[in-house]
Design a protein around this ligand. Sequence first.
Ligand SMILES: *[C@@H]1O[C@H](CO)[C@@H](O)[C@H](O)[C@H]1NC(C)=O
Ligand SMILES: [Zn+2]
Ligand SMILES: [Zn+2]
Length: 411
Amino acid sequence: MWFRGAALLLVALVQIVLCVPEYYNVLGVSKSASEKELKSAYRQLSKKYHPDKNPGDTTAHDKFVEVSEAYDILSDAETRKVYDRYGYDGVQKHKQGGGGHHHHDPFDLFNSFFGGGGHFGGGQRKGPNVEVRVAISLRDFYNGKTTEFQWEKQHICEKCEGSGSADGKVDVCTSCNGRGMKIVKHQLAPGMFQQIQTQCDVCGGRGQVIKHKCSVCNGAKVIRKATTVPLTIARGALPGTRLAYENEADASPDYVAGDLIVNLVEKEPSPEENPDRLDGVFFRRKDNDLYWTEVLSLREAWMGDWSRNLTHLDGRIVSLVRERGQVVQPGHIETVEGEGMPKFHEDGDSVYHQTEFGNLYVEYIVVLPDQMESGMEKDFWAIWQKWKGKIGVDLHKDSGRPEKPIVHEEL
Ligand SMILES: *[C@@H]1O[C@H](CO)[C@@H](O)[C@H](O)[C@H]1NC(C)=O
Ligand SMILES: [Zn+2]
Ligand SMILES: [Zn+2]
């Protein structure tokens, strides 16, 4: 029986360890995280796990509570110090001793952070989505790429923490008593009035006025600045693909940020940017297929015995070969199976993804020589004269058209 006891003890130990959250890990920040980093971590995670966005998901709910608690403890310099020295138990004791002011309700904390009713939907409206177009080279569509792009995103002003005020003071608008709306009476006729509710012109509907505006945002609460966003392009992704980054659009203290939508478009090929000239300068894409134009001399088209080594978008060599005697007609289109684009698959780099490709279509163009040495010209002329009568084809006869133009007398 002793080992069962030991097992139970072990289970109990494991549970104790699991029950105590590691606050820095919960927020995904380092032990030396700045106040700003804590804030940004809480801002992101609390929105991600908010129960309004994860209805019925108890794991998300627990995470939301955990994130709130972690931020609550670490954002207060005093409790953070206690936590760093004495850990979770120390903080609990400290709280029991009445240390610090803390939010017991995670929704209160969310509320005080974002303003509004602590919820999405009802109190917290969602800001507008923002769509940006990002131009991707054909080579990157072929190989897939992890990259990044920049855009001018609206941020909550860090100087005033989104209050818009230099001294932190925000006054209730006296014109509308903080309601943001005013009732205006219109006289329609003697004794007849119409009441219209309009937005307060003094505070612009905010219900607040700021005497000393923040020097950075000039009272706007927000500023725009270049923001870098990571971007992963799946192998074979199609132009026109739209990727959504939830709550990554313009931020504001007045609403929960909308979604940033990234629209992938194909970049115009540019030989300057691609000295090795792989980058779609010669390849053209249509859905999952690629197109290529190859130029042959008259001799090659007619007599065969040539090869071309195309460098594909991933640097591999694709050989086009004709033996002596293999004729290629002008305008002929050769299908090279499996040398088109990788076929995009939802499961990312799945087995299909690695093995399914579109086709490569090579169109041949034949150029005739417009300059010959006179000796060469004479030789060719002689050969033509010699063979013309023997196996020459009468193109006119072959065409099936009448021998002579037919004249209709009546006309
Ligand atoms: C293409 O590559 C093959 C094999 O390496 C080689 O034999 C051939 O000469 C190359 N053709 C050209 C035009 O470089
Ligand atoms: Zn007002
Ligand atoms: Zn500001």
